[in-house]
Design a protein around this ligand. Structure first.
Ligand code: NAD
Length: 448
């Protein structure tokens, strides 16, 4: 699905015209190019703002990735700015670092990154400590709205027992700096435990892992299968028999196995486990992607429209997770569950009471499961905003045009953007991230 407006405002005479008229000018986003082995992690120099041992530790991590790291604003364009705020204990201490950030924003390269690293505010904190820690929330979200040319701003938030060079702190920082997070903007990735491990090869973190993807025949699910495969995983794709042909095409492409199955069947999880055990002997990752919409104003909604959405989007997941988690020896290194929520489940959406309910239910389920799997695995969700797929292509043209522009990046995301976030949450370097809902929405102007 393409966005003709984005192409128009980025080429020839229409680009000049759009600039003169002050029209929104969405930029081409910096995305991972699988054919280019040497894609740089950031588009230029990296500035680290901060003082003390945490800042030193982060600078060492960045140097370890061969980045051109500076501790003072360099001349020329800056590809990324990492602002370390973990040591602040009162709001007045923020001002120097924030001013240092402000002074380089004009030099941020297209597709550049601002990443804050801070500590989670908790009820046990002194008021001044909690104030500055929570202040980062409003600071970062506002900075992200001021960035231009496809640059994004996001934050890593560390739990009390997590050091800035813990595997998942490093993993989250790398994800947010990289092209993999193209459509993640104005968000925080919370690292709650020191769990997780750096992969042997950052380009293939899922080597040796087996991943199940539901709804893998098209759209976001097909892209999840491709990205997990690119990252080294073996994939078992599931979709309804009616989508069997496209499922086979996608699975051939990624060398995976296709399983034609309606996930609302009572024995869906048992059949998936049977196929996975027979072929690979294990399942490490389950991505609950299959989902449907049956949009209607609640006043006009038929019971079957409500029931169908709830059955596919949440009830099937609940039933399947119970079976996956009870299966002996299925995931020797712990099961990684990732579910598709939606910004409609966070902010609500007119005509989508059934869908909004089901996607908010996914968030509730994820948080509960996180407690159940803690220490052995993780359960997280990704909440996409407007993504260019067949699902959103059905929205009437004018509504679609408006919906696309209602985020800081002024465009819809691509299925690959959602897939990248899921692959990150399924990876060993995200083992300390549990019970989170990561929005992939370009900082959509809805909800939190
Ligand atoms: P899509 O309609 O293009 O693809 C969904 C896939 O799920 C299809 O291949 C379909 O056959 C399969 N499926 C549906 N019911 C199934 C069942 N009972 N059993 C097995 N497979 C089934 O949708 P998409 O846009 O790629 O969305 C994928 C996920 O992302 C969904 O959960 C959706 O709610 C979520 N999401 C999408 C957007 C967006 O903007 N496209 C935004 C937020 C969330």
């Amino acid at each position: 699905m393409s966005d003709a407006y984005l192409e128009l405002v980025n080429s020839g005479i229409t680009k000049t015209l759009a600039t003169k008229l002050g029209l929104p000018r969405p930029a081409h986003l910096r995305r991972t190019d699988p054919s280019a082995v040497d894609t740089p992690l950031v588009p230029g120099r990296t500035l680290v703002i901060g003082e003390g041992p945490d800042t030193d530790a982060i600078a060492r991590v960045l140097l370890g990735w061969d980045l051109d790291v500076h501790r003072n604003a360099p001349e020329g364009k800056v590809g990324a700015v990492v602002v370390v705020l973990t040591d602040l204990t009162s709001p007045e201490q923020a001002s120097q670092r924030v001013r240092a950030l402000g002074s380089v924003l004009r030099s941020l390269a297209p597709g550049g990154r601002v990443v804050t690293v801070s500590r989670a505010a908790g009820p046990e904190d002194e008021p001044a400590v909690a104030a500055v820690r929570h202040g980062v929330d409003g600071l970062l979200r506002s900075v992200a709205k001021e960035l231009r040319a496809g640059a994004t701003g996001n934050g890593v938030v560390l739990g009390e027992t997590v050091s800035p060079d813990a595997p998942s702190a490093v993993g989250a920082l790398r994800f947010l700096l990289s092209a993999r997070s193209a459509f993640v903007d104005g968000q925080f990735v919370r690292v709650s435990t020191p769990d997780g491990a750096a992969p042997a090869d950052w380009t293939r973190p899922l080597e040796g892992r087996v991943a199940v993807v539901t709804g893998a025949a098209r759209g976001i699910g097909a892209e999840i299968a491709r990205v997990l495969h690119r990252d080294g995983a073996q994939v078992l794709g599931v979709d309804v028999p009616a989508a069997g042909e496209s499922l086979a095409t996608v699975m051939n492409e990624v060398g995976g196995i296709a399983l034609q199955l309606d996930i609302t069947a009572d024995d869906a999880a048992e059949r998936i486990i049977e196929r996975a055990r027979a072929r690979y002997g294990r399942i490490d990752v389950v991505v609950h992607n299959a989902g449907i919409t049956r949009d209607k104003l609640l006043a006009n909604m038929k019971p079957e429209q409500w029931d169908a959405v709830v059955a596919v989007n949440i009830e099937a997941q609940l039933r399947m997770n119970d079976v996956f988690l009870a299966a002996d020896g299925l995931a020797p290194d712990g099961l990684r569950l990732v579910s598709l929520a939606s910004t409609s489940g966070i902010a609500g959406n007119r005509g989508q009471t059934n869908y909004g309910f089901s996607k908010a239910a996914v968030i509730g389920m994820t948080r509960s499961l996180a407690g159940r799997v803690a220490g052995a695995g993780t359960a997280n969700a990704v909440a996409p905003g407007f993504i260019e797929t067949e699902m959103t292509a059905r929205i009437p043209t004018l509504t679609r045009q408006v919906a696309r522009r209602l985020n800081s990046l002024q465009q819809g995301g691509q299925p690959v953007d959602v897939a990248e976030a899921i692959a990150f949450l399924a990876s060993p370097q995200a083992g300390g991230i549990n019970g989170e809902v990561l929005r992939v929405c370009g900082q959509n102007m809805v909800g939190q």
